[in-house]
Design a protein around this ligand. Structure first.
Ligand code: MF3
Ligand code: CO
Length: 271
């Protein structure tokens, strides 16, 4: 069952989302060689709690931290620890905050210092594919249009879509219906309705699509060991088009896929 949100609920979700966006922005500036993923987690938890929110991930199905930190061939759900970031790494940082009972969920992939052209292009394509999907979040479209947008953007570039994990509806719970895969057929699936809020999260591999879960029960890695990128926004579908809720200013989505969008996602190290 897809739970539609009222305008008032969407405003609460915007407040939760703004906290997440601010935390991700600050974390992205802390990313540099030598920093441990645990340090980022500790700072994230402090910032979330200082904002009066709760780290949604912590304790979720036993997950031990407030953010996920997924380095290089780690796709998603990497657990923060003593690993030190190194020049040339990329790190996906995924963060959730619950504020006044509503959840915001967002992720960015950040370069550690200088990274290769090849990996820079992967990150850039993944971020742009997210905006391509957001652009489809309009009344008159179907879920398949949103899902297909990611695939249609990245596959012609030679990248692979991770199929085992997907985006999701979001509200009072982090995971609500519907599931939002990063592939699908245009024109198929449920018609989009106002009040739907979706967490759209492309996970894109430089090599093959196959992934596996490490014995820690969480960390997803690529089978071929090649890098993977992940970006995520919480997006409301309104009569006026898509609204990115995980944003730290109140600028409306301007439709510039991958271009300059005042959404809190354009961090200095991303491109
Ligand atoms: N954005 C991720 C998701 O939607 C983060 C969840 S991590 C978890 O599944 F630890 F909380 F599960
Ligand atoms: Co999510």
């Amino acid at each position: 069952m897809i739970i539609r949100k009222s305008r008032a609920e969407i405003e609460k979700m915007r407040s939760a989302g703004r906290i997440v966006a601010q935390v991700l922005a600050k974390l992205s500036y802390m990313v540099e060689p030598g920093v441990t993923t645990r340090y980022l987690d500790t700072e994230a938890e402090r910032m979330i709690r200082d904002a009066g929110a709760i780290p949604t991930f912590k304790g979720y199905r036993g997950y031990p931290a407030s953010i996920c930190t997924s380095v290089n061939d780690e796709v998603v759900h990497g657990i923060p620890g003593e690993r030190q970031l190194r020049e040339g790494d990329i790190i996906g940082i995924d963060c959730g905050a619950t504020y006044q009972g509503y959840v915001g969920d967002s992720a960015v992939t950040v370069a550690v210092g200088r990274v290769s052209e090849e990996v820079t292009r992967l990150m850039d394509a993944t971020r742009r594919s997210l905006y391509a999907a957001i652009e489809k979040c309009r009344i008159g479209n179907r879920l398949g249009d949103v899902c297909n947008a990611v695939q249609a953007y990245v596959e012609p570039l030679g990248y692979s879509i991770v199929q085992n994990f997907c985006g999701h509806g979001i509200g009072r719970a982090m995971h609500e219906d519907p599931q939002v895969p990063n592939y699908g057929e245009p024109g198929k699936g449920k018609a989009l309705r106002t009040g739907w809020v979706l967490a759209i999260e492309p996970m894109v591999n430089l090599g093959r699509h196959d992934v596996k879960i490490l014995p820690d029960g969480w960390t997803v890695i690529t089978l071929d060991g090649r890098p993977s990128a992940h970006f995520e926004h919480t997006v409301a579908i309104t009569e006026n088009g898509p609204q990115i809720l995980t944003s730290f200013d109140d600028a409306p989505y301007d439709g510039t896929a991958g271009g300059v969008i005042k959404s809190g996602t354009q961090f200095s190290r991303l491109s």
